[in-house]
Design a protein around this ligand. Sequence first.
Ligand code: C2E
Ligand code: CA
Ligand code: CA
Ligand code: CA
Length: 278
Amino acid sequence: AKQSGGNAVHFFEQSMNQSAFERLVLENELRDAVKKNQLTVFYQPKVRMNDGVIAGSEALVRWNHPTSGLLSPGHFIDAAEESGLIVEIGDWVMRAACEQAADWASHGLRLPVAVNVSAMQFERPGFADNVLEILEQTGLSPELLEIELTESTAMRDPQRVIDQIQPLRDRGVKFAIDDFGTGHSSLSYLTRMPFDVFKIDQSFVRSMSRDPHSRAVVDTILALARALKLKTVAEGVETSEQLAALREEGATLAQGYLFSKPVPADEFESYARASIAD
Ligand code: C2E
Ligand code: CA
Ligand code: CA
Ligand code: CA
């Protein structure tokens, strides 16, 4: 049996291209990552435009890989999506982020946390019940949880999205459209969806200073949000020039390397406490 096992591996190496083989290895390692407690959550501050105070965070998953070190989602999120492991990983991140935010709140740091939810995780029946259960078990106030759905997830089956988020919104959970402006949705449809926040995609923020078209897209999203009385988060803010332009146009919050990269929980906590004390 040992012999044929070795042959099987050899067979795979020869018949699959290198990247397909690597993908297989990656998927197997990822399958164990949750069980072996190798995942961790980093937090990136969201900063209030008018006074620079940290007003919340986005939870972003990281993988402490046994040999490769700390991996960003770019290295494994596609494999997680394709293998379906994203559901288990997403549940784990949701619970970890809610636990963390509840712990901060019980120590006087009452800040909302935003969690990314992928289409596969969101569309599973029982998603809303599962989140409500996590909120109850962790003791996090529902108003302190924000769920980020990408524009494409939100528009795959709009009626289903509305049905799925309603019980959570009724309890006070907030919803954000992530990567706003990158999909191909009908604007009028998008504005009818029950969302609380638009997150302006970093591609527009990055090019807005040199490209008038990007600047126009950003201005239009901000005007739309104002008219609909929604909040806005500008993502990927890296320069004070971008910050000045976004502030002038009235974005609510900014997130980006100009303030901080995503950092471990304790580091985020010290930044947040310092920013509030200032
Ligand atoms: P996203 O939701 O659009 O998250 C923002 C990404 O932009 C993060 O990358 C963040 O580190 C990065 N970023 C923030 N500010 C800047 C900046 O100023 N400049 C640049 N160049 N980048 C900036 P990260 O952490 O590598 O995550 C990448 C993507 O992976 C996320 O994009 C999200 O789609 C996905 N992801 C991360 N965590 C989770 C998760 O728990 N569940 C799911 N389903 N997806 C996740
Ligand atoms: Ca996000
Ligand atoms: Ca985004
Ligand atoms: Ca993105």
